[in-house]
Design a binder for this molecule. Structure first.
Ligand code: SF4
Length: 234
């Protein structure tokens, strides 16, 4: 079975527990204003690879990642469901831990059987503000929250990721509401707050896509400290 990937990282240390092989899938239905990989948006572009080819490459690193695992990131991995499921099953057959790094944009009815087979989810919550969500991503929030609720229902471990963008998500009241909402979920093992950065700005220029966050500063240390306190991480 073939799929489209954007790139791979063979010694990833930030996308899940331990040292990991990270597969960045090509294609994403969202258009986050702060996206640093807009070149991963278009479906059907990128590098065409077969599942067997990719697994063979992953297995080359098995001794390094045996205490970590494999993370399927993007783009949006759940937007290529059959390819993703096949890779998860093959990894598990070889005793490798699997994580899906997702925005939860795909309808949960389509993705629940795949999520159920992975060992854990890294779930991006772009914002908890239902009005801001479409302005920030181009989609509604419903599937994002439904994905978290499904993980709670089946006891699937989740690490939440939340990008702090000054004036958008780095707003005290918005963070307080999200922190309060997340408290009820027993499936959440960790919350990671990621500061907005501008490293992908040049990619928007290269693609000729208007970038709206030129004037938005990166968060200050004080702002990050405030956010950590709100989420109980300090
Ligand atoms: S979900 Fe990720 S890849 Fe997709 S637009 Fe948002 S930041 Fe970019």
């Amino acid at each position: 079975m073939d799929g489209y990937i954007h790139s791979v990282e063979t010694f990833g240390a930030v996308d899940g527990p331990g040292l990991r092989y990270v597969v960045f899938f090509q294609g994403c239905p969202l258009r986050c204003l702060f996206c640093h990989n807009p070149d991963s948006w278009k479906m059907g572009e990128g590098e065409k690879k077969s599942d067997t080819e990719l697994i063979a490459d992953i297995l080359e690193y098995k001794s390094f990642i045996k205490r970590g695992g494999v993370t399927f990131s993007g783009g949006e991995p759940l937007a290529q469901p059959s390819f993703l499921l096949s890779l998860i099953r093959k990894c598990k057959k070889h005793g490798l831990h699997t994580a899906i790094d997702t925005s939860g944009v795909i309808n949960i009815e389509q993705s629940r059987s795949i999520i159920a087979e992975a060992d854990m989810l890294l779930l991006d919550i772009k914002t908890f503000d239902a009005e801001l969500y479409p302005k920030l991503t181009g989609h509604t929030i419903d599937n994002n929250l439904a994905t978290l609720e499904f993980c709670e229902e089946i006891g699937k471990p989740v690490w939440i990721r939340h990008v702090l963008v000054p004036g958008y998500t780095l707003v005290k009241e918005r963070m307080e509401k999200l922190a309060e909402y997340l408290k009820q979920f027993k499936c959440i093992e960790k919350i990671e707050l990621l500061p907005f950065h501008k490293l992908g700005e040049y990619k928007w220029e290269e693609l000729g896509v208007p970038y709206q966050l030129y004037d938005v500063p990166v968060p200050t240390e004080e702002e990050m400290a405030m956010a950590k306190e709100i989420f109980g991480l300090s």
